[in-house]
Design a protein around this ligand. Structure first.
Ligand SMILES: [Zn+2]
Length: 344
């Protein structure tokens, strides 16, 4: 056995040598299948120090009339609708509870199984906290406008102007839950020069909820919702507004990384915005149930050219510190809310 002096041993235990913390991770896919949380720990090992933990609130229906014997596992693989699958919250809570206390510290589980067009959605979130106290740090990723997805969801279509969403964000603010929201910044294939109506709506939504900690997923980009020329200027409008200090941005998803690292110009322009607002950006993968560490870390390595252009401070905050600040605070606040309300 190798004898390590005590001091060194203590040091190696407390030194966090991981590459980053993951603010955007799906344990399960659109048919509620994935890897176990124990497998995820193996996939993270040595590289990712902490991670959010959630499934996907939407279930792709297998409609025999639409695809026959072909069982779709992704929303693009079928024309049948998606529906809200609330059991995902119990599934995630039980996965978290199956871990040792030490392993639980790696994760920030999130509530996702609610319909954001339903005035009762906030009550669902409250109920989940009461049934599974000590587990959740946030809500999301949930989706309002998303190319190819929103229009497939059964029932009333979600909207940034729906009071049901205001009830959700009010409650998240009250309980201290971090909100991870997907909302495209623009429609697919917009006419040139058209100002996105979504930007106005989302800025006004953010302004109505100054006490809620919000992470806007993927900088508002999508598979075909591309960085319009003024994309970074739009982000600058949001980030420079003192009334929107509670809004943060994750740079997750390989579809987004693809655009950001597509040229030296896009890399340096993005780096400039992150360097200007170092407290506002978070690293995330948006991986869905990755089977291997190599697949899991793909987005991180795609971003290497961007990371090289960040200041030491901005890089450290993007990769870890902003995550730690937001989620450590959420853990404390949500536990306080639960202590005051569970059993009532
Ligand atoms: Zn996602």
């Amino acid at each position: 056995m190798l004898l390590v002096p005590l001091a060194t041993r203590a040091q190696t235990q407390t030194t966090d040598t991981s590459l980053f913390y993951d603010s955007h991770f799906h344990l399960t896919n659109y048919v509620q299948e994935g890897i176990t949380v124990q497998q995820f720990i193996q996939v993270m090992k040595g590289k990712v120090g902490r991670s959010t933990l959630f499934g996907i609130p939407l279930q792709q229906e297998w409609s025999y009339g639409n695809t026959g014997d072909f069982a779709p596992t992704y929303y693009l693989a079928s024309d049948a609708p998606l529906y809200y699958y609330s059991f995902t919250d119990a599934y995630i809570a039980m996965a978290y509870r199956s871990l040792s206390k030490d392993d639980q510290k790696l994760f920030d589980p999130m509530i996702t199984g609610f319909n954001p067009a339903d005035m009762y959605a906030a009550d669902h979130i409250k109920r989940v906290l009461k049934v599974f106290p000590g587990v959740f740090s946030g809500i999301g990723e949930f989706t309002i406008h998303k190319e190819f997805v929103s229009s497939k969801v059964a029932g009333e279509v979600a909207s940034l102007t729906n009071p049901a969403l205001d009830r959700i964000l009010d409650f998240a603010g009250e309980a201290g839950l971090v909100v991870l929201l997907h909302n495209d910044i623009n429609m697919p294939y917009p006419k040139p020069g058209q100002e996105p109506y979504l930007l106005k709506q989302i800025a006004s939504l953010f302004r109505r909820h100054p006490k809620t900690t919000i992470i806007w997923a993927h900088c508002g980009l999508g598979r075909v919702v591309q960085p319009v020329k003024d994309q970074l200027k739009m982000l600058d409008v949001v980030l420079s507004d003192p009334a929107l200090k509670h809004v943060h941005i994750d740079i997750s998803w390989d579809e987004v990384a693809k655009y950001i690292v597509s040229s030296p110009e896009t890399i340096s322009a993005t780096a400039a915005v992150i360097n200007k607002y170092p407290d506002r950006f978070l690293m995330g993968t948006d991986e869905v149930a990755p089977a291997t560490q190599e697949k899991y870390l793909k987005v991180y390595y795609m971003y290497e050219p961007l990371l090289k252009q960040l200041t030491a401070e901005a890089k450290k905050k993007l990769l870890k510190d902003n995550y730690a600040r937001l989620f450590d605070n959420a853990r404390q606040e949500v536990r306080k809310w639960e202590a005051a309300h569970v059993g009532n």
